[in-house]
Design a protein around this ligand. Structure first.
Ligand code: CA
Ligand code: CA
Ligand code: CA
Ligand code: CA
Length: 347
């Protein structure tokens, strides 16, 4: 974390902002059952804290590890979907997929923005275990985080239908080492002679006569309507993120932005939004290289699995990373031949 960000981070804490709090215990009920908030873990990491049925804040859950019995209530603090047993008490370890270390490994591995036929997004699981995609969402709008507030989908911009916020179909998984491809274009097969795994957009998407499964539009989200114009050639972002449908905040998983002529809609920044740590200011984000068809570029692809430059603590990611700090100008490269559905040749 930069010195400036550290100062801002601790300044927020010093002010006692309710959105970013410690794990204090009080003797009287002090929250509404079901509420959740960001809390502090060791060092300068953040975790999630849930208000139990008695109206007390439970343990601060750090890196997906259940701290066990709450010192105040004597009850092990459960999270939605929490199951199984642990040493702390009856409810057991955290299974919230948004806090899973496996989920945190998922990466946006390849993007094509043009021509219109070819628009695509590829997601890669470089880990050694399959990942349940339940709760995983993908959006190209800086408003993506509003889904957890219940705000209606309203991405702004000149053509709102060119933006989307979609989730993976229930039950879908991504095997260890595998990639999956989402088509946002108008003729995937005609361009790549293969079929995508999923599609966004409202039109029926056929591949050799077979319907391509659609991503799912959640309440307060959208598949978009502008196939072939979903991914801006000149300034755009993609955020792979997790939301379990209950928590007050979303969890960033991986992020890429491109275009030097950025604006507030084409780069994510949740700084100042209740419940979130500061993101990297949009002016300081390091974009991936843009595709230039005249140069023979077909896609931008990730060649760096380590997310070089990414701040590892104090951020809004599932293990505390600040996804918006990755040096995407370094970690992504331009390819003369796209490889949708295949691990990039540089990996
Ligand atoms: Ca495009
Ligand atoms: Ca868009
Ligand atoms: Ca990243
Ligand atoms: Ca690829």
């Amino acid at each position: 974390m930069s010195t400036r960000k550290q100062l801002l981070f601790w300044a927020v804490l010093a002010l006692g902002a309710s959105s970013l709090v410690g794990c204090e215990e009080t003797s009287s009920a002090n929250c509404a059952s079901g509420d959740q908030r960001v809390c502090m873990c060791s060092g300068d990491r953040t975790g999630l804290q849930r208000c139990d049925t008695g109206g007390f804040w439970g343990d601060c859950l750090c890196d997906g590890v259940d701290a066990g019995v709450d010192a105040n209530t004597g009850v092990d603090g459960a999270l939605p979907g929490d199951a199984g047993a642990d040493a702390g008490g009856p409810d057991g370890g955290v299974s919230n997929p948004c806090l899973s270390s496996a989920t945190s490994h998922l990466l946006i591995s390849e993007v094509a923005t043009q021509p219109a036929e070819a628009e695509l997004i590829e997601i890669w699981n470089p880990g050694t275990t399959a990942v349940d995609l339940s709760g995983l969402h993908l959006s190209d709008s800086a408003t993506y985080h509003l889904i957890s507030t219940g705000a209606p989908w309203s991405p702004g911009g000149a053509v709102p239908g060119s933006d989307f916020l979609a989730r993976f179909p229930p039950g879908s998984t991504l095997a260890a080492g595998a990639v999956l491809v989402i088509s946002a274009g108008t003729d995937f097969y005609g361009t790549f002679s293969s079929c995508p795994d999923f599609a966004i957009g409202d039109d029926a998407t056929l591949c050799q006569g077979t319907a391509v499964p659609k991503m799912v539009a959640p309440a307060n989200g959208s598949l978009g309507t502008e196939e072939g114009s979903m991914l801006s050639n000149s300034r755009e972002m993609l955020m792979l993120f997790c939301w379990d449908g209950n928590t007050a905040t979303v969890v960033d998983v991986d992020y890429v932005t491109w275009g030097d002529a950025y604006d507030a809609l084409s780069r994510a920044d949740k700084t100042g939004v209740a419940g979130y740590a500061p993101d990297t200011p949009i002016a300081d984000q390091n974009p991936a290289p843009m595709i230039v068809l005249a140069n023979g570029d077909e896609s931008m692809g990730r060649c760096d699995v380590t997310e070089t430059g990414e701040t590892a603590t104090g951020g809004n990611g599932s293990t505390g990373h600040d996804e918006t700090s990755e040096q995407m100008g370094t970690t992504f490269s331009l390819f003369g031949a796209a490889s949708p559905g295949a691990v990039n040749s540089c990996n």
